[in-house]
Design a protein around this ligand. Sequence first.
Ligand code: ADP
Ligand code: MG
Length: 696
Amino acid sequence: MLAIDYQEQLIPLLKTHFGYDSFRPNQLEVMTDILSKKDVLAIMPTGGGKSLCFQLPALAMNGTTIVISPLIALMKDQVDVLRANGIAAAYYNSSQPQEEQQQVFEDLNTGKLKLFYVAPESIAQFETVFSQITINLIAVDEAHCISSWGHDFRPAYTQLGSLKTKHPQIPIIALTATADKATQDDIAEQLSIQHAERHLASFNRPNLYLDVRPGQDRIKQIFNFLESRSDESGIIYCLSRKNTENLAEKLRNSGYEAQAYHAGMSSELRTEVQEDFINDRIPIVCATIAFGMGIDKSNVRWVIHYNLPKNLEGYYQEIGRAGRDSLPSHTVLFYSYADVVQLRKFISNSENATVQYAKLERMQQFAEALSCRRIALLNYFGEHVTQDCGNCDICTSPPKYFDATVLAQKICSAVARMKGKEPMGMLIDVLRGAQNAQIFEKGLQLIKTYGASKDVSWQDLQQYVIQLLNQGVLEMNFKENSSISLTPLAKEILYNKKPVQLATLSQRENLKVKAKETKSSKKGLFEKLRVLRYQIAKEQGVPAYVVFGDASLKDMEAKKPQSMEEFATISGVGEAKLEKYGEAFLKEIKANSTRSKPKIPTHEFTWNLFKEGFTPLEIANKRELTENTIYSHLLKMHAQGEEIDLHELVPQKELAQIETAKLDLPEAQGLKDYFEYFEQKVPYWKIKIGLYLLDS
Ligand code: ADP
Ligand code: MG
């Protein structure tokens, strides 16, 4: 059976209600299955547009869609967005005031709601309502919460298992960004939708710039980074609670509005910080990984990892909080060996240490990669790509190699002379001839390679040692004090002079420079629109991005719409937002675009005045142009299909005279000949239009 094409039905709804013109990958396929009454399991990355997958079909069907969501913050966010778009939606939860609950019950009961959001804990209360109204779809958002395999297991989700058996006729869509197969199968199993159509979207997030930097001088690097991003929203992930607090304080002391967030804070304080972040009142949050779930904020412009995450799953999830709106966003990972050692210590006390060590190693490999980071990342998640991404630090400044044979010999020799018993820090100190107590205690100042690489900076030497570790020349013995020892390959280098190539540590351009490039419009219209958006959002008590996403503001900045009609073409402007915000934003745009008014062609400008009722002579005076020019503009508009009564401009009698002239002047070269023929008494423009009429 051929699948029905729902595109024609859905596209107008998409524009009317959400203001978008096209679908993101997989959205249409998922919606088609829903409208065909199939169960669906949709696996799409963060920011992939999962909500729309059930919100739009909800509008295309009779009845109400039930959405199960794990957190109040998430429900509230989506309901805010829907309402801003003029869609009847509400959420219910046990902490709402009673009158509000009453109202929601009533609206649901009377079929007023297109979408109804509820937490899994409360769903049982609605069983009777379910049989009284038309339910067209049940959407289980963040569906991995049902699986104990997943990372956010929520016991209440397991109650959802009976939905399918109780209401077999209602299609279920489960949505998650958790890609691994075990969790997917578990979700389908537990929701009894084993036959669900599965849609697995690419996990690539091409708008995220992936940047990995050595972990030295992190604070300084962060300050540089922030200099040109003071009011952009961003998150800095730290390993420890203490760290989040220290860092936030340092930032505050330097005039940045930053707050810490971690699980050790009271829940009121955490909620406050989260709300302040969502509502753009605080741009920067320094957080442990406890922060993020339940944040659908679309305009997080950057994410920094102050410390190395323990695996790539966590890393990807965390950087994924940036750029949900698809606009370019920056991610920075600071990498230091000290973090690796620290993380390994944590792991050693845990149950499934072997798996965790392996994951940490992959994380390290990613951080140390000398080829496209995105390829490494996507391959880890089972997406096999080979094309360099062009949007990571490696692609934008690819490493160059140099003959490092002598350097490698020095390093290997030092390792050999220290009998493979010393950790990296000591190795580097020895090579650089450091004068510290430990060295003297151990008598390491006496070995031959002491001070042999004085000319190389500490940080650079460390990077070279890491490269040798990655090339399998050296190895790190984590179980023994993280000491560094030689592998058989090292012996080739030491005794057989095997050549070694290492990547030069190109003086990476300062984070600041990069940041400035991406932020050219700081003082431009975008900023003005941002301020307006913030004011409106504050008045209405919703997060700023609920009014308009950054993508919409960018579109306004680019197109500078001058009328409501033009404003309606902006991405993210549906009917409701056009009506609610159109005028305010248009006013702001017009006020700021006098100088750079979009150039309209001169003949169209004339045409507009003509339509307003000005005569050609008046227009000529107004525009300081000749009457001839004005008439040629009108002629051009006529040729473009505009309705102008040219016969009114050249009455029949004069047209007949021009026709006679045409017969008398078979050799005429141009208008001038006619002009002379009429003894300069008929203006050029009239001759021109007359000839035009005679020819057409
Ligand atoms: P997810 O739940 O998959 O993480 P969301 O549903 O929150 O993602 O969507 C992320 C952002 O993308 C939202 O701001 C949403 O409005 C926007 N979006 C979704 N679909 C489209 C589309 N087809 N065109 C433009 N923007 C879209
Ligand atoms: Mg979502």
